[in-house]
Design a protein around this ligand. Sequence first.
Ligand code: DQQ
Length: 507
Amino acid sequence: MSLLFPPVAQLYTEQARRDRARLAADPHRPAYHFTAPANWLNDPNGLIQYGGLYHLFYQHNPHATVSATKHWGHAVSRDLVHWEDWPIALAPAPGTADQDGCFSGCIVVHNGVPTMIYTGVRVDETGRKRQRPCVAVSYDGMVTWERHAGNPVIPAPPTDVDIFAFRDHAVWREADGWYHLVGSGIRQVGGAALLYRSDDLVTWDYLHPLYVGDMHQLDPLFTGIMWECPDFFALGDRHVLVVSVFDHLRGDTGAAFPMIHHSVYFSGEYADHRLTPTYAGLMDYGRSWYAPQSFTDDQGRRIMFGWLREERAFEVQKAAGWSGAMSLPRVLTMRPNGRLGQAPAPEVECLRGAVHSWEGLTLSSGKPWVLDGAAGDTLELVAEVRPGEAERVGLLVRAAPDGSEQTRIVYDQALGQLTLDTSEASLDPATRRAARHAPLRLPQGEPLRLRVFVDRSIVEVFANDDVCITSRVYPTHPDSLVVALFAEGGLARLDSLTRWEMRGIWG
Ligand code: DQQ
């Protein structure tokens, strides 16, 4: 049953349904991770629970599978799992501050009115691409949006810092007014989250950076020259700043970090409107996860979505007719020492269908142990494994029966490292394949606890409530569906493995 009321929305939903039906047979199109009806999707935007509905807005090019002409796509859900397409919320409007793009932002409710703060992009007469904060409001439950007549509400970046980028927004309420972070980078210094204050979300006073990174620091975390998509919230006994590291300099030259595309969090103490981090970590160790945003729902949970970008050639994306997906909704928790815990929202379990389980297997070196009845490309796998004497232990998913394609999830005891290895995931040379590593030291006696979500071209791994690695995989064989266990260099023990077939979210 539709959650919609205006006829225009019904029309859009019908078109979106046709697009989704047309693309559903694509073997790489996710079945239970959110995608746009068709064409391009990137960052989650404006996440909010309002009027009993979860709203997921997202960066969207409805005309092509390329990152251009950014609109705000829109979908709603009652359960955080099944979504309904609503009409595009915001499209670039000629003659306005966003005529060349409506970039990322957030939504807050001010005096009962949902208010969107986003980056308007406009190329000026000199060819300069201006990116400035804009505001829009909705009086019909977030279906249609009216731009503020005074856009851009911040006409220019602050002049007392030498910055070279100014976009993306996090806005929150404190006792004395609204606070607002804009993503930026200070030349020769590093990424910066610039802090503003306002009474009405329209007139903003610049305060100072909430926190500034160090572009020269490579270890233990590289935080680059500029920060996109800042997100800021209280969690447990700390505050958390999440930013997405933009560093085209190093990314292009391939020098130190040929694959910069990660989101970093800083947790620590927030006082006097400045953050003093005591811990910094990566949100996800895969290469596909980027530009996450989070919100607090009516149950008080901090829930985050990230953009899972494609890892295949642009011409293939064009032929497919769609690009990009959202991660599963992740519930964030504060763990000891400022580390973030991440777990899939329990609502996702409603998708579980046919189940198989295995218990008490001894895994020895040699050929992987193929789990009969486990094969599939839309799965949830929950495993508890004791590495024992084995040097490495793990799972294969999306594997061909002859092993010519396989995605490996490997725990290495000596290295204290979890790897999601897609280097042999596909025989298609037009796909990016790599091994991605996350530090994971199991305390004495603690088993490796894996939750793995396979959704056609998505493999999203949660390990021991501690680290996440997400990658995209594009096997070429229709029978690359095998699930297997393996141990190397000694005996390991599988305490249990449960495998569910997952239902799609689009009916
Ligand atoms: N994507 C948006 C920007 C943001 C970038 C444009 C991050 O607002 O900086 O689509 O992926």
